[in-house]
Design a protein. Structure first.
Lengths: 66, 248
């Protein structure tokens, strides 16, 4: 490590606040970029599954009437 | 060769190959991202003029570079879907817009945070920063325009035209630091000629650029898969997929 201690790495001669804030925001952005598409694909699959089940049920009941 | 293009136009093939690629690429991307960030944050020497604030470069430059490259992806996909009416190009264009918007946003924010200790201001209406802001609005414009249409075919065409017109902005962003005298420093890495950056800083920076390209690819593939599911909801392969997922 370039810094002598974790304390020094946090402060970075007065620039620590800026540097760590920039990395924190980027981390949040990257996490969002990865989590959101994964979540929306799951949601799309769930919604489609519900639609398929509903259709199935309708088809089954139609057969029952006959 | 032609069979490859043929497959590329096949949604179920694209969906499954994207899943296979992601299973490998996603973990590698995360490892490289974390390694590059730790390297840049803790294991590189400080800049002799800017001190430690320059460490923001390891995220600012990659996000900006990939945000620009991502615009090419979106515009080329738009052109292909306009000219050859290739459906998968339309899917790719739609998938690319939100990723580009987020990367441009991150480049602007990290740039502002870097600007405060270095230039003494969060924001400056100089050519590079303003043209990057225009890029951000172009990405948002494509996203909003797509949702504004009920007819998705018309939406795709409108977005393709907008993204093609927006390419005018790209050379302006690249050349802005050379054309106008501004606060923003010119590029330190050059493909031709000597780079003006020491190798102890160049290697972690290159690693981060590679990591962000990989991240872009992952996000693009993930968004494309979701988009494919939505568009192909009524087809047999999506039905079979749902049944399989339901069992597992």
């Amino acid at each position: 490590m370039y810094f002598d201690s974790w304390q020094a790495a946090l402060v970075m001669d007065g620039h620590g606040g800026f540097v760590w804030a920039a990395y924190a925001i980027t981390t949040l952005g990257v996490v969002w970029m990865l989590v959101y598409p994964a979540w929306s694909r799951r949601r799309a699959l769930r919604q489609l599954a519900v639609a398929v089940r509903r259709e199935q049920a309708r088809a089954d009941s139609a057969q029952g009437v006959r | 060769m032609w069979s490859f293009f043929h497959k590329l136009g096949s949604p179920p093939w694209l969906y499954s190959i994207a899943g296979t690629i992601l299973r490998w690429l996603l973990p590698i991307t995360l490892v490289v991202l974390v390694a590059g960030a730790v390297w840049g944050l803790l294991y590189t020497p400080p800049d002799f003029r800017q001190g430690n604030s320059y460490r923001i470069m390891y995220i600012h430059v990659p996000t900006a570079v990939v945000a620009l490259a991502g615009y090419y992806v979106m515009a080329i996909a738009g052109a292909i879907s306009l000219i050859w009416r290739m459906k998968m190009a339309d899917v790719a264009m739609r998938a690319a817009a939100p990723i580009g918007a987020m990367l441009t946003f991150l480049a602007l924010v990290t740039g502002a945070i870097w600007g405060k200790p270095t230039w003494g201001t969060w924001w400056e209406w100089d050519a590079r920063i303003t043209s990057m802001l225009v890029l951000f609005f172009l990405y948002l414009g494509v996203m909003v325009l797509y949702d504004a249409y009920d007819n998705k075919e018309a939406a795709g065409r409108a977005c393709a035209v907008l993204s093609l017109v927006g390419t005018v902005n790209i050379p302006i962003i690249y050349k802005s630091v050379d054309w106008w005298y501004s606060l923003h420093q010119p590029a330190s890495i050059k493909f031709t000629g000597e780079s003006t950056i020491d190798s102890s800083m160049l290697y972690p920076l290159l690693l981060m650029i590679v990591a962000f390209y990989a991240l872009y690819t992952c996000c693009l593939l993930m968004n494309m898969r979701t988009e494919l599911l939505r568009r192909e909801a009524r087809t047999g392969w999506v039905r079979r997929l749902i049944v399989e997922e339901g069992k597992g």
